[in-house]
Design a protein around this ligand. Structure first.
Ligand code: UDP
Length: 237
């Protein structure tokens, strides 16, 4: 079936979502708009939409090869991708291999400290509330996910972390932490949203230089160059 883009369903902070003539599929369109601190800081990162689209698709392809089902269907253009139409689980999962960001603030542990094992966290997806941290009891008690879904999300997040950590180590990058979102699709839980320098912390393994959105959040400059450098490391143009 020839895919046709239909009406816009949603415009988020970094992406637009369109319906298609196939009810099982949506088109996401990546923008250059950047926000941080729950929308308080706003700006543009030139070319970011292209980087995030291509990188996310590449990484989802890699995960699919390792048996992780994702929403990725087909890259349509530099900024647009066909994805499965999932119902997003209202939980943001964060996996951490190195202490940084909010974990450092919350615990007083120094950025760069290495936990004894990867740390799995959950946050309730709510812009109004600023994505508060939750635990599995909250998720179950308030009906955000079932016990079976939570177990699958936990196991899949660890598997994804193991795959991505090894992949990035191979291109000289420490995968510090990253955010995942899952969706329900035909009764299954699959990986959705994106995996990009917007949603991951990447540090150069040798110099520990930041190659991700922290350069924007912290006004460090060199934001576009960092995103391009990550593309180069992965071998994408
Ligand atoms: N993250 C994200 N979206 C969010 C919150 C966090 O993509 O709404 C990513 C962020 O880029 C980082 C990781 O999740 O790679 C952990 O973020 P953290 O909890 O340290 O929050 P931050 O310090 O960014 O506020």
């Amino acid at each position: 079936m020839e895919i046709e883009q239909k009406e816009q369903l949603y415009e988020g902070k970094a992406k637009k979502v369109f319906a298609t003539n196939d009810p099982d599929c949506l088109i996401v369109d990546y923008k250059d708009d950047a926000t941080a601190f729950n929308g308080v800081k706003r700006g543009q990162i030139a070319g970011k939409g292209v980087v995030n689209n291509k990188m996310s698709n590449y990484l989802m392809g890699l995960l699919e090869k390792e048996g992780v089902e994702t929403h990725f269907v087909k890259e349509l253009s530099e900024r647009r991708t066909l994805v499965k139409n999932v119902k997003i689980v209202p939980i943001e999962v964060i996996m951490r291999n190195i202490v940084a960001g909010s974990l450092s603030k919350r615990t007083g542990l120094e950025e760069g400290a290495i936990p004894a094992m990867p740390v799995f966290e959950m946050y309730y997806k709510s812009d109004e509330l600023g994505d508060p941290m939750i635990n599995s009891d909250h998720a179950l008690a308030f009906g955000w996910a079932t016990e079976e879904e939570l177990k699958q999300i936990y196991d899949t997040a660890h598997k994804i972390n193991a795959i991505l950590k090894e992949f990035f180590a191979g291109v000289g990058v420490d995968l510090v932490d990253f955010k995942l979102e899952f969706g329900r699709y035909k009764g299954r839980i699959i990986l959705a949203d994106e995996i990009s320098p917007d949603t991951c912390r990447f540090w150069d393994s040798k110099t520990k230089e930041k190659l991700d959105k922290d350069r924007f959040r912290r006004d460090m400059g060199g934001v576009e160059d960092a995103y391009m450098e990550m593309m180069r490391r992965i071998g994408l143009k």
